[in-house]
Design a protein around this ligand. Structure first.
Ligand code: DAH
Length: 342
């Protein structure tokens, strides 16, 4: 039995010599130290030995086991070291190679326009006021001077929800009421940016989903001149031209009286007339007016004491003008070939 152990040891050592990678080493461990290896079997056979022989054989078998385990660990360490140096040799870094250029992300063109608008109004003392996109019928229409069944409601094709009276806002104007009810009776100067929704045919000029920036100023001495001055200055800053021509055209919105639309001189043709301005020389950029007394009252302000102006513009339209983009659908299509140009 003792001789047999020596033979087991010698065979295991010879086999270990030939092992040259970690997988083979694991196979060797199973074969020579595993549960059904000759060495382990010799432990099982010890029951059949005489009393005198048993301790000697047992001791020797243990010694062989400990020795083989030690050789296993030495070999494992050696193989790992060899694998490491091999991979270091193979994967040498050439620090003189040029790097790979990183693809840089960028802001969406509409986000860029929004930020430009925020910056201009921030300098004029307007705060950004965030309002909800899911609105009640009251806020979207009634409080803006369009009671139920008022024909002016048809100006906006509305997404209704399955909950009675809950809709997606068709414009940012309902935020005016939220702001007034929150700030009353203090004076207000806010812009209200955000997404709006309309159940409309998607065309080159209209999307179902688009952004607006609303503006609202309420105080005790606010006049139409303030509105004109603020918006004229805004247009000059937005188009980066202190001499850009602007004009106000009388218009109608239920929530303002009087109402006006503001045009800027066409910066493509300088006012001479071209395809961008449809030969008029002017580009419409926003709607505006003095806040209607009914709207002030719904907001909690007494129209005898307070007045205000409001305006609303479409950043998609402004971006299209700034970059001469002829199709609004590009903006929300997530086509990188388009987005990467900004
Ligand atoms: N809410 C209007 C729309 O979506 C835009 C607008 C016009 C907003 C005049 C205003 C305003 O605040 O005074 O068509």
């Amino acid at each position: 039995m003792l001789e047999q152990l020596e033979q087991i040891k010698a065979e295991a050592q010879a086999a270990l010599e030939k092992v040259s990678d970690l997988d083979a080493l694991e196979a060797w461990r199973v074969a020579h130290l595993g549960r059904s290896s000759p060495l382990m079997n010799s432990f099982k056979q010890m029951g059949g030995l005489s009393k005198e022989e048993r301790p000697k054989v047992g001791q020797r078998a243990n010694e062989v086991k400990v020795a083989l385990e030690a050789e296993l660990e030495t070999k494992r360490a050696m193989l790992k070291q060899a694998a490491l140096s091999a991979s270091l040799d193979e994967e040498q870094l050439d620090v003189t190679l040029p790097g790979r250029a990183l693809v840089r992300g960028r802001l969406h063109p509409i986000t860029q326009t929004l930020r430009r608008i925020y910056a201009i109004f921030a300098e004029m003392g307007f705060q950004v006021y965030r309002s909800r996109e899911v609105e009640s019928d009251d806020y979207n229409f009634t409080f803006l001077n369009m009671p139920p069944h008022h024909p002016a409601r048809d100006m906006w094709d509305t997404f209704y929800t399955s909950t009675e009276g809950v809709i997606l806002r068709t414009h940012t104007s309902p935020g005016q009421i939220h702001a007034m009810r929150e700030f009353h009776p203090d004076p207000i100067r806010v812009i209200l940016p955000g997404m709006c929704y309309r159940y409309e045919q998607v065309t080159t000029r209209s999307e179902m989903q688009f952004t607006q920036v609303e503006g609202l100023a309420v105080g005790k001495h606010i006049t139409l001149s303030d509105l004109k001055g603020t918006l004229t200055d805004f247009a000059r800053r937005l188009f980066d031209d202190p001499n850009v021509g602007t004009r106000f055209r009388a218009s109608h919105f239920p929530f303002t009286e009087p109402s006006a639309e503001m045009d800027v001189e066409c910066f493509v043709c300088g006012g001479k007339g071209c395809s961008v301005c449809k030969q008029t020389g002017w580009l419409e950029i926003l709607g505006s007016g003095m806040v209607h007394p009914t709207v002030l009252r719904y907001g909690g302000y007494d129209p005898e004491e307070y007045s205000g102006y409001a305006f609303g513009m479409g950043p998609e339209r402004i971006t299209m003008l700034l970059h001469r983009i002829d199709d609004i659908r590009y903006f929300w299509r997530n086509d990188l070939r388009f987005l990467e140009q900004f």
